[in-house]
Design a protein around this ligand. Sequence first.
Ligand code: SAH
Ligand code: SF4
Length: 371
Amino acid sequence: MFELKQRELDKIKSSVHKKKYIKNYSFDELSAELQQIGEETYRASQIFDSLYFNRLETFSEMSTLPKDLRVRLSQIYTIGSLQIGKKRTSQDGSIKYLFDLDDGKNIEAVYMPWTDEEGLLDRSTLCISSMAGCPVGCAFCATGTLGFKRNLTPTEIIDQIFLVEKDLKVKINNIVVMGMGEPLLNYENVLKALNLMTDEKSKIISRRKITLSTSGIAPRIRQLADSPNPPKLAISLHATTNGQRNLIMPISKSFDLTKLMDSVEYYYRQTKIPITYEYILFDGLNDTDMDAERLRRIALRVPSRVNFIPYNDISFTNPQGIAKELKPTPMERIYEFAEILRKQGVAVIVRDTYGSDIEAACGQLALSEEN
Ligand code: SAH
Ligand code: SF4
C-alpha cells in the first residue's frame, strides 16, 4: 500500500519537474511559446496580468482564458516554485524566511521594515537570494561555507517577493539582491528576473528601487553597466589593499582592486548612479587609520557612499584558517573610523546588524538548518 503511494508520489514529483516555470519567460518569449502551440499571442498579456497583477497561483483560476487553454498550459507549465520552510521574527521587526525549493534545497530572504518617527511603515525592504549556496567562499560569510549548490531560476528569484508579500500582506518597495549567492555569477537568470520585475507589464517594482550587491566580478560589472536598465550597485569591498582582500575574499585574486575599481568607475560613467561600498570592519585587519586614508581615496573616485557593517560572528560554522582569526571591531572604533572618513568628505553610514538575534546575516539560517 505504502509502496504504491510512494510510487505515485514520485511520478507526480517527476512530472512537476518536467514542467517549465512559466515565470521564467519574458513577455516576448511567452508570446513566442504561445505561438508555438498555436495560440494567439494576445493571450500573453492576459497571462501576464494573471501572474503578475492578480498573482494567481493556478491556471484553473485564470478566468480570462478559455478552459481548454488553461488545461493545456497546466500540462506544460507550472507557476509557483517555493514554499515557506521556516520563518523567524526578530525583536527589531525584521523577519527571516527560509524557503524550500522544489528539489529540497534551501534559500533565504530577509524582510526589513523601516518606520518613520510615528512608527508608520514607510519603506519595506526585502533582501533576496540569487543562488543556493555560493562558490566565492569569502572567509567571513556563512553562505560561503555552504559551497555552491545551484543557481536560482528567474521564477525562484521573483517568488521570494511574491511569497513574502502574500504572507505579510505588504507591498515591498525596495529590493536588495544581497542574500545567498553571487548574483553576477548567475548573471543571465538574475538579469532576467530584474527585467521581469521592472517590466512595463508586470510593474512589480521600479528599477531605481533595486540594489544588486557583488563581491566584485569586474567583467560582469561592465556588462551590467551596458545593460538597458541597470540597477543600483553595491560593492562588497571589505579591504583597502590587495593583500588584505586576498586573505578574506578569494575572488580578489582574479579581479584585484585595480580591475575592480576600473569597472566601478565604468559603471558610474555609463549609468550616473552613485555607488555603495560595503565595508565590514574586522578588528586589527582593516580598521587602522591607514585603512581610513586608503578607503577615502577609493571612495572619492566616483560619487559614492560607504556602509560600515558590524561583523556578524560566524564562529558557529567552526571556521578554519584566517576565518578563525576574524573578530568584530568594537562599535566605538567603528564610529571613530566612520568619523575620520566623514570629516574628509566621504558619505558614510554605520549599518545596524539587522536581525542579529535571528541569524539574519547572509546564509546563517540555512547553515544552522543544514547542521
Ligand atoms: N555575494 C554578494 C551578495 C550577497 S552577500 C556580495 O558578496 O556582495 C551580501 C553582503 O553581506 C555582502 O556585503 C557580504 O560581505 C555581507 N556579509 C556576509 N557575511 C557577513 C557577516 N558574517 N557579517 C556581516 N556581513 C556579512
Ligand atoms: Fe558569496 Fe557574497 Fe558570501 Fe562572498 S559574501 S561567499 S560572494 S554570498
